[in-house]
Design a binder for this molecule. Sequence first.
Ligand code: ZN
Length: 248
Amino acid sequence: MRYALISDIHSNLVALDEVKSYLNDEKVDAYICCGDIVGYGPWPNECVEIIKDLQKNSLIFVVVGNHDWAALELEDLMKFNEDAREAIIWTKTELSEENKKYIKELPYLLDDEKFTVVHGSPRDPLDEYILGAAVFRHNLTYFKSNLCFVGHTHVPFYFYSDGAVRLGEKQIVGEVKILLEPAVRYMINIGSVGQPRDMDPRACLGIFDDEKKEVIIKRIRYDIKKTQEQMRKYNLPSFLIERLQWGM
Ligand code: ZN
């Protein structure tokens, strides 16, 4: 099976459409989504509906993110900076009741023998940032598979451990293929579709091939100006609009 890997869409429909059309051409069998469907961007309902459609056809493994949760007012808004908070409050008023209900029913963590899916970390699914190998190591006892997909930092990255001597981390720059070795446990941050923060403004996504035992990280150009125009229309914070063109 080939799984599409997407995360941190953040209501950026233009980026999501571009990523989806690339993945359609790639003929993936299923999707894995690490949460934060909404927050920051101008199309929350449209993005939730795309994820819902994939779920209708049982094509997606999806978990909730901290911005999704906050848009239901289930997360303390004071945890967010001012711009993020303003966007969350706007998102809350925009989201339909039906889409809120859908978000509310999403799990925090999916964990089976084959792979694990979570937004932040297995230890603290909504809030923890895996920023280094030490944090990764502390999380190893909180999931059972050898392959954990995360999002949340918006920076593609991976960590690995053989449980004995090897423990490491690597930032993913541009397009990279990660070959998964047997008996090594990985945590792969699949970056962000809708608001990348690694100074590369292109949408980030991945493909996991469970037969070839590899994960490929890809970058896709999308019409950033179109998303920015829509954000201006709704008076979303200017820093959130500008950061898209810098990928920061
Ligand atoms: Zn996010």
